[in-house]
Design a protein around this ligand. Structure first.
Ligand code: FUB
Length: 354
């Protein structure tokens, strides 16, 4: 195994899955740009996706080349950000966030007969989706239902979706349903407020953090099969939702869900405090209770990961900017083994070489 996994291209936001007994990695494909760094993430101006694969964790990494380009997707204007993949009924699905022609991030899906792609995109984004960082969890041990998790604040625009007021057009906007443990238990119609773009988020004493979102996917994985709900992360010391000012623990972006020993693990990036953190719960809908950190800040602003079991061991795939010597938007995917203790807490394995 070499870290980074590949150095001929920049790769980030790795979503790792085992398909057909092989490890596949679906990363963002970072590229050089003249766009100057800003807190809206404009410099993350990616235009296509590659797929990587490995036969074992120490095998050479195969780059299967370009599997989807932004010009092939009718609804996309720019910024192919962190993708994920899933399989069902013998087909393979690439889920990806991008800006539509109004500049609003949505979640799209593309389909292939092979985990290696190429992927054929649907003409439109998945209706009802918004924000970034799709993560699809197929609950194989409990009936095979598929859940789509999304969300990211600041550049990911989650804070831009605010509750519609009386007089707003009733047929516009998207929805979030608080009826399954959501923060205030109400179904709300959300409208996109452009003025909330950039580094803004809820703040103040007692104000609750923004929640990532989850919905069940249809059997063909092409549409939502439930309302969109809030994924609530609870503070263990209060049993109440995390607060917005709790930047060391609140959700920022990069949702990932896996199951270990019957427990659901929701892991994520804390954004401006640069931790990979996790919370656990009894249901894929949540709520999840904050447990701790998986990874301390890496070189570079963003941190983003996936967790997968492969050939009897568990691995954390993540990225950093060592190869680019600290250029935030030129990242490279790496891997570390992780282990669980008797309480199910996650630790990086002591030895770096798996
Ligand atoms: O790669 C672009 C964005 O950076 C991702 O969507 C975020 O999770 C962060 O890694």
């Amino acid at each position: 195994m070499s870290n980074p996994l590949v150095s001929h291209i920049y790769t980030a936001d790795p979503s790792a899955h085992v398909f057909n007994n092989k490890l596949y990695i679906y990363p963002s494909h970072d590229r050089e740009t003249t766009i100057t760094f800003n807190d809206n993430g404009d410099q993350y101006d990616m235009a296509d996706y590659h797929v990587l694969s490995m036969d074992t964790i120490t095998s050479p990494v195969t780059d299967h080349g370009v599997v989807l380009r932004n010009q092939d997707v009718p609804w996309v204007s720019k910024q192919l950000w962190a993708p994920d993949a899933a399989t069902k009924n013998g087909k393979f699905y690439l889920f990806f966030p991008a800006r539509d022609h109004k500049g609003i991030f949505r979640i799209g899906v593309a389909v292939s007969a092979s985990p290696e792609g190429p992927f054929a995109p649907q003409d439109n984004y998945i209706q009802g989706t918004y924000s970034i960082d799709p993560a699809v969890f197929v609950d194989e041990e409990a009936g095979g239902e598929a859940y789509l998790y999304v969300g990211g604040i600041w550049g990911g625009q989650l804070q831009c979706w605010v509750e519609g007021k009386e007089g707003d057009e009733k047929d516009e906007g998207e929805w979030v349903d608080g009826d399954e443990g959501g923060v205030d238990g109400r179904k709300k119609r959300l409208i996109f407020d452009e003025s909330m773009s950039g580094p803004q988020e809820p703040a103040g004493e007692g104000v609750r953090a923004l929640c990532p979102r989850v919905a069940m996917l249809s059997d063909d994985l092409l549409s939502l099969a439930s309302s969109v709900k809030e994924v609530v992360i609870l503070a263990p010391e209060t049993g109440e939702p995390l607060l917005a000012d709790d930047h060391e623990r609140r959700f920022f972006e990069a949702a990932w869900v896996h199951r270990y020993n019957g427990t659901y693990y929701f892991s994520y990036s804390t954004g401006d405090t640069h931790f990979l953190a996790y919370a656990t719960g009894d249901s894929p809908w949540g709520p999840f209770t904050y447990r701790g950190r998986i990874l301390d800040p890496v070189l570079g602003w963003t941190t983003h990961h996936s967790i997968v079991e492969f050939q009897g061991k568990w691995y954390l795939f993540y990225h950093d900017c060592e190869l680019s010597q600290g250029v935030d938007h030129l990242r490279s995917v790496k891997v570390r083994e992780i282990v669980y203790d008797d309480e199910g807490a996650i630790h990086l394995a002591a030895a770096q070489d798996p």
